[in-house]
Design a protein around this ligand. Structure first.
Ligand SMILES: [Zn+2]
Ligand SMILES: [Zn+2]
Length: 537
């Protein structure tokens, strides 16, 4: 069985893993790369497979960094099944459509620019229509059920506690009489998060893909974070000021609404308007209400009392641009929750423009802020920021509340890992910035004495080969210390070189039948390329 690491390695976006056994190929996640031109080029890279050759895409959850390229694959010929939970399908319906819309807008913007400068023009990565078409290939499954996908391939989705519908994927793969169990953590949530159930503990696995978004950080407890938010809101009320919360449309928004509702239920703050200013967040909230079977016990109890924690009279959902603009007319205290979560796009930019320069306003950062984003610059203490061509001074109070994160911190990740019982478990650390993943690898090796590493983008591996044993031989040569990119690349090169030597050895052992004209041409070509490469180094 083979693997190729196609995304979410040494970066948080573009999650995708290609797996292959016998003649079957499938992906676990199919995410979009985001965070600047350089990395986004990878969205056009089709990898070493053709979408029409894929039988399945197993999807951990609806976030675009995991699902965002599915419509592109469908457009290019994917006709297999997208297997995920029902809530993930519901969320993908709005999120992929929205993503298609963004792709169309961006291409249009680029085209307008190119027409002026004589550039070559752009086509969207995919359109709203592609997104809609892709939904036909979704095949939802229940949590906790073992499903046989085909001969020698079974799957089970378990709670990941990250967002509505999110799952840890367990995969049982058989090839040539040999069987292994693979586990993909997906994005792992925190225990005790409201609305969704806590992450399930998994005990058995041979190979594990573990996310590491916050692999080097510690969140404050949920309780402490709620208290901090309460203080911020109380101060804003005392000064008749606003609290601006950039939030991802799915989960963080609903989570904050839930918490603010709790403050009001308990009489800790008076009833003040809470604006949800993001059409996507509004649609997502509707989907939350429809999928109450995914809720945790506490949330279900509130529902049973006849209350919907996401539907309070103070909550004002603003869909249209006019409604959004009208928020600025409201001069009293209030809370504005708006997307995008990293402040790079969407309506949040308008609210930041209106409030960053006001000394009494509060900006509350609750989610992960990727490298190079506006949100990251605000968190890192920038004195001013350019928004809509205007330099805006940052005078507002800036708060970072990690405890509302949808991702487990270092402690949470290691605790989740501690439930695995197999001392031979191999761990691939992904979904994190390079140095963060490295740090987590070091800890996993130290604390659990497990084999752990951070794969490279496009790195290919044989996971298990019943007849030969090349993997274990190579594995033994691996260094014990976490590596930097340079040494990792060297190791990768070394592995490729060995693979080539093995092939040559096999060919040398073959008779006349190996010497067909096509192979001779291939050998000539390979020789020429290697000479070229060697002289370049
Ligand atoms: Zn996620
Ligand atoms: Zn993610």
């Amino acid at each position: 069985m083979k693997v190729e690491f196609l995304g979410g390695v040494r970066t948080v976006t573009g999650s995708a893993t290609l797996l292959e056994k016998d003649s079957l190929k499938w992906l676990v996640d199919c995410g979009m790369f985001q965070g600047g031109k350089e990395i986004e080029k990878r969205n056009d890279d089709t990898g070493s497979y053709h979408p029409r050759d894929l039988s399945f895409i197993l999807l951990t959850h609806a976030h675009i960094d995991h699902s965002g390229l599915i419509p592109k694959l469908v457009r290019e010929g994917f006709r297999g099944k997208v297997v995920c939970t029902k809530a993930t399908l519901d969320l993908c319906e709005v999120m992929l459509r929205d993503s298609g819309h963004i792709q169309e807008m961006e291409a249009e913007w680029q085209n307008r620019k190119d027409r002026r400068s004589g550039g070559k023009g752009a086509t969207p990565l995919y359109t709203v229509k592609d997104a809609e078409k892709s939904l036909r290939f979704f095949s939802p499954v229940n949590y906790n059920e073992i499903i046989s996908l085909t001969d020698g391939l079974k799957v089970r989705f378990q709670d990941a506690g990250h967002i509505l519908g999110s799952a840890i994927i367990e995969l049982w793969v058989e090839e040539g009489g040999e069987g292994k169990k693979l586990v993909f953590s997906g994005d792992l949530g925190n225990s005790g998060q409201p609305i969704v159930r806590d992450p399930s503990w998994i005990k058995e696995a041979d190979l594990l893909w573990l996310e590491s978004t916050y692999g080097n950080r510690f969140h404050k407890s949920r309780e402490e974070t709620s208290q901090e938010l309460l203080k911020i809101v109380q101060e804003a009320i005392a000064h008749q000021a606003k609290v601006i919360i950039p939030a991802f449309a799915v989960e963080r928004t609903q989570d904050i609404v839930y918490t603010l509702g709790q403050f009001m239920r308990e009489g800790l703050i008076p009833s003040i308007p809470v604006y949800i200013d993001s059409p996507l967040a509004i649609s997502a909230t509707e989907i939350f209400k429809k999928n109450s079977d995914c809720f945790d016990r506490e949330t279900k109890e509130i529902l049973l009392r006849g209350e919907n924690p996401l539907d309070r009279p103070e909550i004002i959902y603003t869909r249209t641009t006019e409604e959004s603009k009208a928020i600025n007319e409201d001069k009293g205290p209030g809370i504005i929750i708006s997307a995008s979560g990293m402040c790079d796009s969407g309506r949040i930019k308008h609210h930041l423009k209106h409030h960053l320069w006001r000394e009494k306003s509060h900006i509350v950062i609750i989610g992960y802020q990727g490298e190079g984003t506006i949100g990251r610059r605000i968190v890192d203490g920038a004195e001013s920021i350019r928004l809509f061509g205007e330099e805006i001074a940052i005078k507002a109070h800036i708060h970072t509340l990690g405890g509302f994160s949808a991702h487990a911190d270092q402690k949470g990740l290691l605790e989740w890992l501690s439930h695995f019982e197999n001392p031979q478990l191999e761990v691939f650390v992904n979904h994190g910035e390079e140095k963060v993943s490295m740090e987590l690898v070091r800890l996993i090796r130290e604390r659990f004495n497990l084999k752990a590493e951070v794969p490279l983008w496009r790195e290919k591996r044989i996971l298990f080969a019943p007849e030969e044993r090349p993997i274990s031989e190579e594995a033994r040569e691996e260094e014990v210390a976490p590596e930097d990119t340079f040494h990792s690349l060297l190791r990768h090169l070394d592995r490729n070189y060995k693979r080539l030597r093995r092939k040559l050895k096999r060919w040398r052992g073959m008779g006349e039948e190996a010497q067909d004209p096509q192979r001779l041409r291939q050998l000539e070509e390979v020789n020429r390329k290697i000479e070229e490469l060697e002289s370049e180094l």
